[in-house]
Design a protein around this ligand. Sequence first.
Ligand code: ATP
Ligand code: MG
Length: 177
Amino acid sequence: MESGRGLLMVFTGNGKGKTSAAMGVALRAAGQGLKTLMIQFIKGSWHYGELDSSRMLGGAFEIRPMGRGFVKVGAQKPDPEDVRLVEEAWRTAVEAMHSGKYDMLILDEVNYAMHYGMLPVERVLADLAERPAPLHVIATGRNAPAELIEAADLVSEIKEIKHPFHRGVLAQRGIDY
Ligand code: ATP
Ligand code: MG
């Protein structure tokens, strides 16, 4: 593979650390003079610490929350409003790809959106294939679709061994948000 070509990276699995790992890469990239945009699918209601810390990096790391928080899915179909927000987030992502403003794009929780049928995997793959060659992309979220894994250059699965949630410890400030 030629160097200078952007990588498609996927962080998936049922353990904690997928979004944090993606932000770690953005932090590292910022130090190398690369600009990152993180588009948050689904998220939007909580105030995450990273929204403020990204500003401290002075424009090298931008975060755009484009959801409205926890999405109830399961047996029932996703709420049309959430599907609309996912659609809007994807269009923003495609625009950002071609804007020339970023070296890296983080699609936070996009795997989740695809898994629950809110965004067709084929469309994501087609748009990613058309991105400018040097652009790095990271897709996070549980249940990454097989087709995305197939298309990716790098895939890491974070596996839960323990999580304090299971003994009743709720989300911690600075750790989970
Ligand atoms: P983080 O944002 O902390 O890196 P993540 O992106 O790997 O976590 P998500 O699936 O996006 O995890 O879930 C987000 C929230 O759910 C986080 O607050 C996280 O602590 C919590 N969480 C992650 N994994 C688990 C788990 N296995 N059991 C319970 N809660 C979890
Ligand atoms: Mg996450």
